[in-house]
Design a protein around this ligand. Sequence first.
Ligand code: ADP
Ligand code: TRP
Length: 323
Amino acid sequence: MRVLSGIQPTGRFHWGNYFGAIHQYIELQKNDQAFYFIADLHALTTIREPEVLQGFTNDAAIDLLALGLDPEHATLFRQSDVPEVTELTWLLMTITQMHLLEKCHAFKDKKAKGIAADAGLFTYPVLMAADILLYDSDTVPVGADQIQHIEVTRDLAQRFNSIYKKEVFILPESYVLDQSSKVPGTDGEKMSKSYGNIIEIFTPAKKLRKKIMSIKTDSTPVEDPKDPDQCAVFTLYQLFASKEEQDQLALKYRDGGMGYGEAKQTLYDAMMDYFSDARKKREELEARPDDVEDILKAGAIKARAKGREVLDRAKSACGLIYK
Ligand code: ADP
Ligand code: TRP
């Protein structure tokens, strides 16, 4: 079984990305063959500053490794290091019906808002299908918002196989990530970089503390009892603390006498403890950029070998291998 997923380098990773995706990718690497890539070609649809793109891509690689992605168990690579993916995108594009892409939400949302979309955004799901089909992936862990794209991928795989009357592509299944406990941001709404409410995983300690202290709370006086279930600080604390620790803090909320400042400090301490190994590992990796580059290069060689095989199968099916 091959698990594959991609993550866009469009910003530094935050707690929502970690608990909603990265943590689960890392769990999955234990049982199966896993391919994870940094989707820099996809990020081009939103980032047009080369230094910014490179910075986020490098940081994404270091962050993933620091958080526990193990190159012994998972293949990590940059999407653009496997150019075969763009060649497959074209083959798929020639069999993609317009109406399939017209109903995809990224494009539809932009159109509804009256914003002009680039062809890159319109055809984004085809590149994503190529990402998946190029490696014979059968399991694709994604958030609920990406399920539609896996459906498109299955449609395209089926259509290609049926047009060329060959089982060229394996039909992938989506593995829906558990995002039931949506991670709230500093304003209590879903944490997302588009809402400006994120808490990044690897911010320097002082800045992180300031961010945590800025989480929105109500104006219940210190001495009054408080409801932990209505408080973003408590919801976030649950991500980092054991059941016992959660019960203890909940009790303090309900008893009254604890201010939100103290709850925030408790959250800060728990989070620092939770990510302490990752923070150390990140510092080490940052000091060895050549080693990180070697990991990405080795990942790309492995991914390319598989990609070449599948691309040749697809080219042969449509008559592009000339003898
Ligand atoms: P953002 O919303 O900050 O732009 P992305 O769309 O790049 O984040 O998300 C990357 C992954 O992280 C996706 O799988 C997404 O569903 C997950 N994710 C992002 N924010 C959250 C959140 N607040 N709670 C749970 N999962 C999240
Ligand atoms: N579109 C995905 C996102 O925005 C990222 C992605 C690109 C991806 N290619 C992929 C995810 C292939 C899974 C498989 O989150």
